[in-house]
Ligand binder design. Structure first.
Ligand code: TRP
Length: 348
């Protein structure tokens, strides 16, 4: 049997090149190995746990995220893209798992702790938000996923899922499968900084380059990027650390890009060495970065245009994917109900 992969995103906005470097690109690669059954979940219910008063944002982002998926090459014939809220079995599984987790354990989850702080919730944290790790465990176990490709911020959630699996299996028998997190092996790619040099690309900081940005937007953003503040004149020696232009090049530039756009250098090491020595201006490396990004983004934009012009098809993909995912989740839920003994009316 093929191994099962489950992963997903909260639909709270368009996806950016940080998502591409950190996860989307890898998903396409995994998909094209043909070695896995892949489920990609759009976690609208999870997104609602801290956006209950703004459902419009989630509804609109759902389609944006789907367009982003399709345009980077996630292929609905190979990967099942589905919507969390359209698989109600996940919600019932969540309610069974909620009985196996204590309040203090939920409050200790480091990811949740950070997120509560970031959102300023303090004691007013919505219960649904505090318990979303349990719902995420339902997402994962419903598909008996073996592998969950995620960023390192998600590790505490996978831990919590494993605990739920152990507890459940210990009480009710070996039904659930313990998942493994799959982390990106490339540190640079796993979290790209914003164009302002801040640690993280985030919509609220306005420092993202989106997959759906136009060529003009990308050029403008790159030209405005933060670099080494002490590299004032071209002759000055420059710093390539904490310099997001170099971080992006590290994530995206390949030797073929040098041959095509900057043949005076063989590779990034040579370019970095020159920058550190002095004599290499920011404008030159920024123009190169624009070319590299355009090489990647132009085909993505083209595909996006196709799907934007065929939105009925996009909704159909989500609907079909959700139906298919539902069949799998129904099976697991049946096993779970049987194991707990909630099958009073089944004929023997
Ligand atoms: N928590 C994930 C995020 O913030 C989204 C998500 C929901 C998820 N359910 C999942 C990721 C299951 C992996 C597996 O992006």
């Amino acid at each position: 049997m093929k191994k099962v992969i489950l992963t997903g995103d909260r639909p709270t906005g368009r996806l950016h090149i940080g998502h591409y470097a950190g996860s989307l690109r890898n998903r396409v690669k995994l998909q094209n190995t043909g070695e896995y059954d892949i489920y990609i979940l759009i976690a609208d219910l999870q997104a609602l746990t801290d956006n209950a008063r703004n459902p419009k944002k989630i509804r609109e982002s759902l389609i944006e995220v789907t367009l982003d998926y399709l345009s980077v090459g996630i292929d609905p014939d190979k990967s099942t893209i589905f919507v969390q809220s359209q698989v109600p079995e996940l919600t019932e599984l969540t309610s069974h798992y909620l009985n196996l987790v204590s309040l203090s354990r939920l409050k200790r989850n480091p990811t949740i702790k950070t997120e509560i702080k970031e959102r300023g919730f303090e004691e007013s944290v919505p219960v649904g938000f505090l318990t979303y790790p349990v719902s995420q465990a339902a997402d994962i176990t419903a598909f008996k996923a073996n592998v969950v490709p995620v960023g390192d911020d998600q590790l505490p959630l996978i831990e919590q899922c494993k605990e739920i699996v152990h507890t459940f299996n210990a009480i009710y028998g070996d039904i659930l499968v313990e998942p493994k997190a799959m982390l990106s092996d490339n540190k640079v790619c796993s979290r790209l900084p914003g164009i302002d040099g801040k640690a993280k690309m985030s919509k609220s900081l306005g420092n993202c380059i989106y997959l759906s940005d136009t060529k003009e937007e990308v050029s403008k953003k790159v030209m405005s990027m933060y670099t080494d503040p002490n590299h004032i004149k071209v002759e000055d020696p420059g710093n390539v650390e904490n310099n997001p232009v170099f971080t992006y090049l590290e994530a995206f530039a390949e030797d073929k890009h040098f041959q095509k756009y900057l043949p005076e250098y063989k590779n990034l090491d040579e370019l970095k060495a020159h920058y550190k020595r002095g004599g290499l201006g920011d404008v030159k490396i920024k123009k190169f970065l624009i070319n590299v990004l355009e090489d990647i983004l132009e085909p993505i934009r083209e595909k996006r245009k196709y799907y934007e012009d065929n939105l009925d098809l996009v909704y159909k993909i989500l609907e079909d994917g959700s139906k298919k995912a539902r069949l799998v989740a129904q099976n697991t839920l049946k096993e779970v109900r049987d194991a707990i003994g909630l099958n009073y009316f089944d004929k023997k």
